[in-house]
Ligand binder design. Structure first.
Ligand code: AHM
Ligand code: MG
Length: 283
């Protein structure tokens, strides 16, 4: 696992270099979920594939930018599911984006998650790693990732990061989000889930939500390489996750590698309140 994490960090470092002088134009292709791919989405996917392919412990790679799983070594133990550049539609405005990695053992299933990690390409390069605890690393002057601190969620936060087109929300969801703002929560939403969740984690709490909408009844965010790894991180930091109705997003099972789900991550207070609202208003 140590070698594997080092290899992931190497890939992250290479992507961060690529982002210094980027070509932010679109390629001529779409990914499996129908998103138009930027040249940088494709490049970041390629860099991760090239670098991770050299690690003998990896059985397969599952990427947001690949239609199918890429089998590397049938006898190896780990399956890595990743989003090479989460929030890439914000590259043109120079907002922070990141790469997300889920490390599954034997089979890609939330219950088989052994670790999760993500990077934040912001003013600094940061790397969050979670196996048992959640640790924040930062690239230092010697170009090494050094440990900054352990990250923990508090019981209740102040941030409300609410995704999805509002006119497509259910009344249940709209009423719940309004209730949080009425309580004094502040809107903090950039449009890069990894950066929005990172803000909540670093500030100690709050809620990130991406609900079911009229046009996307199963939500927008993808289970294996966006939702499961970030739910794993938030839960290990002491927070909670749900799809609105279950006890944890990590209970969910999907067979399709690009499956999506409504998702909510946050501190205990906000997630319990959300589950209550969804239960009461949906009967
Ligand atoms: P991406 O992986 O193609 O960047 O798409 C995922 C992103 C998430 O980071 C973010 O939460 C969401 O899409 C934003 O969508 P919206 O613009 O509908 O709020
Ligand atoms: Mg993404």
């Amino acid at each position: 696992m140590k070698e594997l994490i080092k290899t992931i960090q190497k890939a992250v470092l290479e992507i961060s270099k690529e982002l210094k002088n980027p070509d932010t134009s679109y390629s001529s292709s779409e990914n499996a979920t129908g998103d138009k791919q930027l040249k940088l989405d494709v490049k970041a996917d390629l860099l991760i594939t090239e670098i991770l392919s050299k690690c003998p412990d990896i059985k397969a790679l599952i990427s947001e930018e690949k239609d199918e799983a890429l089998i590397l070594n049938e006898n190896a133990k780990f399956i890595i599911a990743y989003d090479p550049l989460d929030g890439s539609s914000l590259l043109d405005v120079n907002f922070s984006v990141g790469s997300i990695f889920a490390i599954y053992e034997n089979e890609a299933k939330a219950k088989n998650l052994k670790a999760a990690a993500y990077s934040i390409y912001g003013p600094r390069l940061e790397f969050v790693l979670c196996a048992e605890k959640v640790e924040l690393f930062r690239l230092d002057k010697e170009a090494k990732f050094s440990l900054v601190k352990e990250l923990k969620m508090s019981e209740k936060g102040k941030i409300n990061a609410s995704g999805g087109t509002q006119k497509e929300w259910s009344k249940t969801h709209a009423d719940f989000i309004k209730a949080l703002f009425d309580e004094g929560y502040r809107l903090r939403y950039s449009g890069a889930m990894v950066s929005d969740v990172h803000q909540i984690l670093c500030k100690g709490g709050g809620l990130f939500s991406y609900p079911a909408t009229k046009s996307s009844p199963n939500g927008k965010l993808r289970a294996f390489f966006e939702v499961f790894p970030l739910a794993f991180v938030i839960e290990k930091a002491g927070g909670l996750s749900t799809n609105g109705f279950n006890e944890s997003l990590l209970e969910l099972e999907f067979s399709e590698i690009h499956a999506t789900t409504p998702c909510f991550f946050g501190s205990k207070y906000e997630i319990e309140k959300l589950k209550q609202a969804y239960k009461v208003l949906n009967g």
